[in-house]
Design a protein around this ligand. Sequence first.
Ligand code: PLP
Length: 365
Amino acid sequence: MIEYLSLKRITAMHGDEINKAISDVVASGWYLNGSTVLCLEERYRTYIGTQHCVSCGNGLDALHLILRAYKELGQLHDGDEIIVPANTYIATILAITENNLTPVLVEPDITTLEIDDSRIEAALTSRTRAIMLVHLYGRCAYTERISNICKQHKIKLIEDNAQAHGCTYNGKLTGSLGDAAAHSFYPGKNLGALGDAGAVTTNDLELAETVRTLGNYGSSHKYVFDYQGKNSRMDEIQAAVLNVKLQYLDEENARRKEIAHYFEQHIKNNRISIPTVLNRDNVYHIFPILCAERDRLQDFLKENGVQTMIHYPIPPHKQKAYKEWNALSFPITEHIHREELSIPCNQTMSLSDAEQIVTLLNNFH
Ligand SMILES: Cc1ncc(COP(=O)(O)O)c(C=O)c1O
């Protein structure tokens, strides 16, 4: 059986180091707001290439805190519009609506599965204040065109880098390409903790300080509250795990790339399409394929010992949570959600696993 993703095996790759790091924290008696979190923030900001990194509880909070901080700083206001890909994971959209901002959904490109930059200008209005760029599936969604639109219209570029740790564009890491970026360290991510954790990266000191204050009950000094904030912090144990795993991120992404490039070169079945290879720096958090007979293909792979997932079965605009959008039509997004199947692609796999998957895919009729 080729599992879709075995967190047990991923953790076991550095098990001794992780266990040691955790027991050091346990023995220290200091579990929150300590030196391990500060160390992770410093290492992660250096890795991403930004001046600041503020850790927080999870990726949704990271997105939420960026938008909330811009509001507190007077740079966003209730009802402002934020452009976002219609096929993103729902967290990106939740962060916008829970801040009383308005998501403007834009279709992805069917060949790249990332936001279609040729459709963004048509979605701009006098209320547009930001583009929330999602590097979906660990594929770089940044383009010069998007950057130019932001500069020309003086709107912010916020990256949702939850799925793309280590992904680069012209040598710069995603998470350092815009005004601010949100990162998730959910266990299944390329850089995953053993529980929830997240972070914000930015070069904007004022934004970083406001995010930190908002995530600390709104308090910048003990028992002094500047905002009605929330409690969103990374604990020392998660930071200790991430400090270990960050050292291996590039090496593990390289392994993912090897597996993914094998898929890109060898999947040859006209019933199955794979996304266009944008550049060689994608980190393949997910390897999506599209197939009109997706469910039959999923059953066929399962019967032959390959576990798969669907990212995602229902698009945000068709969810009950956003009833008001249910009648809207985003044909490309809906097509992707109907046909998408994620095949195993991670650092624990061997090339022979990849070969086995390719043989099955190429024999699917
Ligand atoms: C694109 C995207 N954004 C945001 C998030 C939210 O991250 P978290 O699960 O850490 O809240 C996720 C996580 O699954 C994600 O895939």
